[in-house]
Write a protein of this length. Sequence first.
Length: 88
Amino acid sequence: MLSVDALSVLTGRLMADASEAVRHSCAVTLAYLTHNKTAARVLFAACRNTPGLYDQINAQIGTSARVNPDFIADFECARKVGLPCMRY
């Protein structure tokens, strides 16, 4: 999925698509990708560079999927020290 740049397509659709089902499906897929170290690293950078992406993933996944607890801890730590968004 990383080699065909699916992560950017998923994050783009999650943030912009009007369909609730599409946003939910994208969020669930991204949540599962946090369990892969390489994908998690790319998604972490995307969350830092796209305001609201991390919160949108958490808002859309519901009970269908779980974000890797290590990913959550790392992002919350970065958020606490002020690193999440570099594009303001």
